[in-house]
Design a protein around this ligand. Structure first.
Ligand SMILES: [Zn+2]
Length: 317
């Protein structure tokens, strides 16, 4: 139930019939039957097409009623989606139903939950969506880790080329080793730009991952974010080191600083992301999302003990 019906339908009809009677009387008195006929037609049309007056003639005013409680859970207005949490709850004296009112669109809401047959299905749907959400989060986190790994370990291959070993080595009796070996390409301007872009992308990946972590896992303690943004780049760096140590031991002189630069860039991006992640997300939301919809993301403010800008919350809490 969203709206309180405060006027019975019979009262509504009697008001309309009164209007119809007045139109007839004025038609008879004035003698101008054409104008009056139009008036009568309009009243009849209104009776048929006008939606039922939902609030009734007299508005229920919550201001004069004693506040019996506040909405304690996240409940969203059916009309505009506004979060009704913290709104005052009053008892409607005519129906004894506990009601609250949306401060955005003035719609009335029953303060207590109504249980319908849709409820168990909504629970099942919520479980399904939660599972999908978990898959999305895991694959999102996995993608960032994978991209960091590619940026660190795989990209180094782009700086190298294969070189065929001299025939004297390959054809030497008893030689069973590889015929090619990795060799560093000449460090020209293009390669330097390529390295700079890759190291920057490592920074961006670290930052992005940390921002997502602070937003999606906003229930974590802060030190867990720092543990994650330190551990993942270090593990990636170690695995990249061993991969290249096996593949191209002769290039380790270049490979180690290269991997180290990526690891540092990822950690730096991660630390900046942890510190500025939620403020950054809040800034984006303020830019992109109008205030009535922000109540869905209010947790980003509430988790840091802040007021949601543009979203009124009850000052009594
Ligand atoms: Zn509303």
């Amino acid at each position: 139930m969203q709206v309180l019906q405060t006027e019975p339908l019979s009262g509504l009809l009697s008001r309309k019939i009164c209007g119809l009677k007045a139109a007839f009387i004025s038609a008879v008195k004035s003698g101008d039957f054409v104008t009056s006929a139009v008036g009568v037609y309009n009243i009849i049309k209104k009776m048929i097409t006008e939606p039922q007056d939902q609030t009734g003639g007299e508005q229920l005013s919550l201001e004069n009623l004693p506040v019996v409680a506040y909405v304690e859970i996240d409940r969203y207005c059916d009309g505009c989606g506004y979060n009704l949490r913290t709104q005052a709850v009053c008892r409607d004296p005519r129906t004894s139903i506990l009601v609250c009112r949306c401060p955005e669109c003035a719609r009335f809401h029953a303060a207590t939950d109504t249980v319908t047959s849709a409820r168990p299905w909504l629970h099942r749907l919520a479980t399904l969506l939660l599972l999908i959400w978990i898959v999305v989060v895991i694959s999102g986190a996995g993608s960032i880790v994978l991209l960091e790994f590619i940026s660190t370990a795989v990209s180094f291959e782009e700086l190298t080329r294969w070189r065929r070993l001299p025939a004297s080595v390959i054809n030497a009796p008893g030689y069973a080793g590889p015929r090619y070996k990795y060799e560093l390409r000449p460090m020209d301007r293009e390669n330097k730009v390529f390295v700079a872009v890759l190291i920057s992308s490592s920074f961006v990946l670290g930052f992005t991952g940390a921002v997502f972590a602070t937003v999606i896992f906003c229930h974590w303690r802060r030190r867990y974010y720092f543990i994650v943004v330190l551990t993942i780049p270090v593990l990636i760096g170690i695995s990249a080191y061993y991969i290249w140590k096996i593949n191209a031991p002769s290039l380790m002189q270049w490979c180690i600083p290269y991997i180290f630069a990526h690891t540092i860039a990822q950690i730096l991006g991660g630390v900046i992301g942890v510190v500025s992640g939620r403020p950054f997300a809040r800034l984006l939301i303020r830019i992109l999302i109008p205030p009535p919809l922000r109540s869905y993301l209010a947790f980003l403010w509430l988790v840091d003990g802040k007021q949601v800008p543009g979203v009124a919350t009850n000052s009594t809490r």
